[in-house]
Write a protein that binds this ligand. Structure first.
Ligand code: SF4
Length: 192
């Protein structure tokens, strides 16, 4: 059922590995750092949800119940907030600062940490504002990654942004080759 999607993920992972390697001077991501899983909406498409659900079904009963309880609680909280689409929450799959379904995590979780293009603008990772990825080369006065700072600080590789938006990936040549139709996405907890 997931053959094509796993093929897509295989290619994407190779690309991401090379991007993270290329940008390693600016990347603070490390095991146990889960900041990007603590404030988000985590939009995912149906195939990503089904994949994540298959991972959930493989977990121990207790862990599964714990995650499903968190999801129910979050759904209630979201309702109390008037179902605001932009309401952020800690991802229910984050358990003891680790992703419980890491190998089957959604696409957005894989691309976290790198700057990317969206509607011809560069979006930077949110952890930048916590002093993490790319914070050394961010210019607050222009709101952009700074070529001047990168040169001044003597980094070898300039900070780059990549075509990694959902919009781009969902409609990419790779998705077409893998015969994938991602369709619409919605917040992770809204799929449950
Ligand atoms: S699914 Fe996993 S990687 Fe993605 S936000 Fe949740 S805990 Fe983090």
């Amino acid at each position: 059922m997931f053959d094509n999607y796993e093929k897509f993920l295989g290619y994407l992972n190779v690309k991401l590995q090379s991007f993270f390697e290329q940008q390693k001077e600016y990347i603070c991501c490390k095991e146990g750092c889960s900041l990007c899983c603590k404030t988000g909406v985590y939009p995912i498409s149906e195939i990503e949800f089904l994949y994540l659900k298959s991972a959930l079904s493989e977990l121990d009963y207790e862990l599964r119940v714990k995650i499903l309880d968190k999801i129910s609680q979050l759904k209630k909280e979201k309702m109390q907030q008037g179902n605001d689409r932009n309401w952020t929450y800690i991802c229910p799959f984050l358990v003891n600062d680790r992703c419980a379904i890491y190998e089957k995590r959604p696409i957005i979780c894989r691309t976290f940490g790198l700057p990317y293009f969206l509607d011809e603008k560069i979006k930077v990772p949110s952890c930048l504002f916590e002093g993490l990825n790319y914070s050394q080369v961010y210019d607050y006065s222009t709101g952009q990654l700074s070529d001047v700072k990168f040169k001044e600080l003597g980094y070898k590789q300039e900070p780059l942004a990549y075509n990694l938006s959902k919009k781009f990936l969902y409609n990419s040549k790779l998705a077409e080759v893998c015969n994938l139709n991602f369709g619409k996405d919605k917040a992770l907890i809204d799929w449950f």
